[in-house]
Ligand binder design. Structure first.
Ligand code: PLP
Length: 355
């Protein structure tokens, strides 16, 4: 990154840090925000007023277009503290790229590297003490952008706000989850916005997910909109399977291209597995569970990294996956990524972005 900043980031430190009130051994996800946030405004075709200010409410207009027409996108990134105190963010360049792809699809402006990456770096420097060091904890980072024009006409907003907020999060003990193959509701269709991390993709998932919960499943396994025959992804994470000695993940623009998924597929290849991004039919999965060739299945995402899948429900029938202890690849990849992101082993890929 260049050292000459076109966007000077103004820093207004808080007068009253809330840090001493936080119990770092007992953190609930997304409830306690760090002292500062980064805010930037887009007006008249340019980004202005990039500043780091005390975390607090924003003022909005009731006619603000994000509220009515949904131009609103976000990212989820994590920062980690190494044993020597170094603060590092995991592959935020990939989040920056994806953020701008989401923006383009929703006719929103690009956020330049200096504001996204430079802003992340400076914000974490200011709130370094908020990056927890208790084993397994991390700083969850939420960059987001929304349309702020106060007008009810349906058109791309003329103004936007880009914000980064952060919050310390506790060790994530992910219990294996059960998934219901969704054969009626649809998350994304070809030509739609499935690949973009926009707020609406979550709004539409809430009702079908609640129905799945009522049937006793933790989350939905989305399938393609046209036929409901091909597997897409889980509610908030991508899906990865081991079939024989091949590591396989569904492919296409109807799924969110996760940084965790990408990372795990890259590692699979490095470690000598066959790694494939391709269509996976529900039938192939069910047949493979029945004949024993599907030995591992997990959800991959920033929140938990790897969440093992214990059971898949399809057309009223439950299919159990093999015990988690014997899952060689997923356990190895989770352990490796934990070591790497906390700076306990070498980072041969340059995935750690040091703050
Ligand atoms: C964010 C997200 C993922 C996971 O992406 P990561 O970059 O690995 O965190 C997967 N699916 C959906 C729908 C998402 O929103």
């Amino acid at each position: 990154m260049s050292e000459t900043n076109t966007y000077l980031i103004r820093v207004e430190p808080t007068k009253q840090s809330r840090l001493s009130q936080v119990d770092f051994n007992n953190l609930k996800f997304g409830q306690i925000m760090s002292d500062h946030m980064l805010v930037a405004n887009y007006e008249d075709g340019a980004w202005t007023d990039v500043s780091i200010v005390p975390y607090g409410d924003l003022t909005i207009s009731p006619s603000m277009s994000a509220l009515h027409y949904g131009q609103s996108i976000f990212e989820g990134v994590k920062g980690y503290k190494f044993p020597d105190g170094t603060v590092s963010i995991f592959r935020p360049d990939k989040n920056w790229e994806r953020f701008n792809k989401s923006a383009a699809r929703l006719q929103m402006p690009e956020v330049p590297e200096e504001i996204f990456m430079g802003g992340l770096k400076e914000l974490l420097q200011v709130d370094e003490a908020w990056v927890p060091s208790v084993e397994g904890t991390s700083l969850y980072i939420r960059p987001f952008m929304f349309a702020t024009e106060a007008a009810l006409g349906v058109h791309p907003s003329a103004s936007y706000k880009f914000v980064i907020i952060t919050c310390p999060v506790g060790a994530y003990y992910s219990k294996p989850i059960s998934l219901k193959v969704e054969t009626y509701y649809t998350r994304a269709a070809d030509g739609g916005v499935g690949f973009s991390k926009n707020a609406g993709n979550y709004a539409l998932s809430l009702y079908p997910t609640q129905l799945a919960n009522q049937e006793g499943y933790d989350q939905i396994m989305w399938t393609d909109a046209a036929e409901h025959k091909y597997i897409e992804e889980a509610g908030t994470a991508n899906l990865i399977f081991r079939i024989g000695d091949t590591i396989i993940t569904p492919h296409g623009d109807t799924i969110l291209h996760g940084v965790t998924r990408r990372t795990i597929m890259e590692l699979a290849e490095k470690w000598g597995f066959k790694a494939e991004q391709r269509k996976v039919s529900v039938q192939e999965l069910i047949d493979g569970i029945k004949n024993g060739s599907v030995s591992e299945a997990f959800a991959a995402g920033t929140a938990a990294t790897v969440t093992h899948i214990s059971k898949i429900g399809f057309e009223g029938q439950d299919y159990d996956l093999p015990p988690v202890e014997g899952r060689e690849f997923s356990n190895k990849v989770l352990d490796y990524l934990n070591q790497l992101r906390y700076g306990k082993i070498e980072d041969p890929f340059g995935w750690n972005f040091i703050v």
